[in-house]
Design a protein around this ligand. Sequence first.
Ligand code: G3P
Length: 220
Amino acid sequence: MKFFIDTADLDEVKEAQDMGVLDGVTTNPSLMKKAAEKAGRRLDFHEQIRQICEMVEGDVSAEVTAVDFDGIMAEAHALAPIHPRVVVKVPLILEGIKAIKALHSEGIRVNCTLCFSPTQALIAAKAGAAYISPFLGRVDDISFSGLKLLEEIITIYGNYGFETEVLAASIRHPIHVLEAAMMGAHVATMPLSVIKKLLKHPLTDIGLEYFLADWKKFRA
Ligand code: G3P
């Protein structure tokens, strides 16, 4: 399973990168706003994406904000040349699907975002999306199961051998990651806090404390 960090904050990207387990980055307009607020200044979107690309070795998703075909294509054509590992993020709407098809035929990879149903995911795969991003947490937020959605997408893609990678997004806690890994999701994109939680276990901390205390006594 590939681990992506869901952030536009360079410090967070660096911290995850330093752990040695990072395979890519996903950003979105809300995460760009958050990064700018933390920086206390306006950020240049393309420059921020370029800097993130230089920090990591994997794919970096950069989202368009246009909602019409021509606008999406124009933004995609401006984002893709920033770096060979930029993946253009396009929303799962009719105009977005048309753009995914066109971008795919040009060789521009797309992460299809804001996926909330398996039939949406089916259409995105047929259009040629490189990644599909089902938002697990946001489905849970309205009392449906984000993990069930993920399972359905993985089953459908498996039935037909689609090459679109399933990118579990809107991950809120380690159980989302565990279940997504059990199902074989290709990628999990997570906030830094969730990546850190994955390695925590109280018995590890207590066990280490005992070992170190006993080692001190042994050496005394
Ligand atoms: O990757 C999508 C993600 O940024 C949305 O997460 O927590 O805002 O639902 P959240």
